[in-house]
Design a protein around this ligand. Structure first.
Ligand SMILES: [Zn+2]
Ligand SMILES: [Zn+2]
Length: 88
């Protein structure tokens, strides 16, 4: 557990927050969280955090392959593309 957490800390940016929870039932539990650099929200997964960050930055990484529209989420883009292909 500790090794994995340390590895993550090496590869990720300062937006990673790591803290030790108080001892529970005699066990020292360690958790790693991914903090949004724009607000106080924390996330268990880095990709969830990145997704959330887009609501602050407004960066639209997903472009429709049929027109010039861009989207913050792949899901939204895929849904939009259905309007071109005609499938529901
Ligand atoms: Zn945020
Ligand atoms: Zn389109």
């Amino acid at each position: 557990m500790k090794v994995i957490a340390d590895g993550l800390l090496e590869t990720l940016t300062s937006a990673v927050v790591r803290f030790k929870k108080a001892e529970i039932e005699g066990r020292d539990l360690e958790f790693i969280f991914f903090k949004c650099p724009f607000c106080d929200m924390t996330f268990a997964r880095s990709d969830t955090r990145n997704d959330h960050e887009l609501t602050h930055t407004g960066v639209k990484n997903y472009k429709c392959q049929f027109c010039d529209m861009t989207f913050t989420k792949q899901q939204t883009k895929q849904k939009h593309e259905l309007t071109h292909t005609g499938h529901q």
